[in-house]
Design a binder for this molecule. Structure first.
Ligand code: EPZ
Length: 424
């Protein structure tokens, strides 16, 4: 299996350009299914999850081409409406295709997406919403079947939790429904606004994205467009953790500081100096980071759950004790045991992690447990004394485009070792 070998102790310096947002590219690629003609998606990161999404689009009958970081999707012959288990298993967030396939084919069959490394990931809010839009939903033998032979009809949907995926599925499904749909308590992440921008440029009529209530006025048809995916705020904050834990000084280009307000506050609380303009950020770390008394993850615009693990790694070297409370997913601290192998002092109790800062970490072999937990190991290894080897890096490469290239360009000593042939 492939791995990263990292020689810790080098201060990160220089400039880097942040990748396009995984969590924006995936729903936009899925939404291209309901557009006639060709959609051209620029700044689309080269990630395992994007490859899995492209594979599903191909399975559904789309023609997909990638040139560098641009992916073009032509959906005119997409008549397939079943996503088989093997493809669903490859990427849990394939549920993002639910609304698009239902809207296009009036029917969709998905195998129930299993849980994943960080939690059960139920989709009840998605299915309740599809019912509100007029679909009949049947769940049996591990399959979910939604059908709306007369087409979908606009409705008012109130989400009991501002689910990102459910909000996205409703927006896509309602874009060509008959009548108007209102989503109350919608997710407000920047990726929701990016999806709305894509759909509106295809001819949809969506207003209120990024706020708590979104209104979608159904239109007859959508036509493919050219869209540039917004910068990945989670990748940006991840690399900021890498710079900060090494006492570094790095300029980040293609970043939207307005999307990472709580993260910037946190870095400043640790003693980092941050300078920003509209599309870039400069971070200068202190000699020794200060601890952060309490971090509580929340839906956007609160502190994002996805950056909890990289920040936990950062705080393993801070002076003092920090506490992280995870309110979104039930199993987001699996990486803590691997950080402890590197010499971190962490105690986990349910959804709370208590991190007692240490002055030194030591390089050892560790195993990535999930996407953001794997990123946390990279961050800690950059600051550990000696050599670390991180295995199961496919988890990391689901969401980070060539991290070894980004970090090496900032002077980190990191190598990607390809696995034996045929191995992961
Ligand atoms: C999206 O997942 C992101 N994934 C996640 O990023 C992110 O952590 C999450 O939003 C929260 O911001 C993508 O965009 C591909 P949710 P999603 O629906 O849509 C519960 C990463 O690391 N829930 O907002 O699945 C659910 O169990 C990934 O890039 C229900 O109960 O998140 C969870 O507790 C990880 N029923 C909470 O809501 C439902 O029907 C948040 O889920 C749906 C969700």
């Amino acid at each position: 299996m492939s791995s990263y070998v990292i020689e810790g102790g080098t201060r990160l310096t220089g400039e880097c350009t942040v990748q396009g947002a995984k969590n924006s590219a995936l729903p936009i690629l899925a939404a291209s299914l309901i557009c006639d003609g060709t959609s051209v998606i620029k700044n689309c990161p080269r990630l395992l999850d994007v490859e899995a999404t492209v594979k599903i689009l191909g399975h559904l009958g789309c023609t997909v081409k990638r040139e560098g970081n641009t992916v073009s999707v032509t959906s005119d012959n997409a008549s397939e409406y079943v996503i088989p288990e093997r493809l669903m298993r490859e990427m849990r967030s394939s549920v993002i295709f639910l609304g698009a396939i239902l809207a296009r084919n009036k029917k969709v069959v998905l195998s129930t997406p299993g849980g994943c490394d960080i939690g059960l990931r139920p989709i009840d809010l998605h299915l309740e919403a599809m019912k509100k839009l007029g679909a009949e939903v049947r769940e049996e033998y591990g399959n979910i079947e939604c059908s709306a032979p007369e087409g979908l009809k606009g409705a008012s949907v109130t989400l009991s939790f501002p689910s990102v995926g459910a909000t996205e599925n409703i927006m896509v499904a309602a874009s060509t429904a008959k009548g108007t749909t209102t989503v109350i308590n919608a997710a407000r992440e920047p990726e929701i606004s990016d999806l709305a921008d894509f759909l509106n440029s295809c001819g949809a009529k969506i207003s209120g994205a990024g706020q708590g209530t979104i209104v979608i006025e159904g239109v007859k048809r959508l036509t493919g467009t050219v869209h540039t995916v917004l910068p990945d705020r989670i990748a940006a904050s991840t690399y900021m953790c890498a710079a900060a834990i090494t006492g570094g000084e790095v300029k980040f280009n293609n970043i939207i500081p307005a999307h990472i307000g709580p993260e910037i506050e946190l870095f400043e609380e640790t003693g980092c100096r941050i300078f920003t303009d509209s599309r870039s950020l400069y971070l200068k770390a202190p000699e020794r980071l200060k601890s952060v008394k309490l971090i509580r993850t929340m839906p956007y615009p609160g502190f994002p759950t996805d950056i909890g693990a990289p920040v936990a790694a950062l705080l393993t070297k801070a002076k003092g004790t920090s506490v992280i409370i995870e309110t979104i997913f039930e199993n987001r601290f699996r990486y803590a045991g691997e950080l402890i192998r590197l010499g971190a002092k962490i105690r986990v109790d349910g959804r709370m992690a208590v991190i007692e800062g240490v002055s030194r970490l030591h390089g050892v072999g560790v195993q990535a447990t999930d996407l953001r937990g794997g990123a946390a190991l990279m961050i800690a290894a950059l600051s550990a004394e000696g050599e670390s080897r991180i295995t199961e890096i496919r988890h990391i490469e689901r969401g980070y485009e060539g991290p070894e290239k980004i970090l090496s360009a900032l002077s980190a000593k990191i190598k990607r070792i390809d696995g034996e042939d045929g191995e992961e």
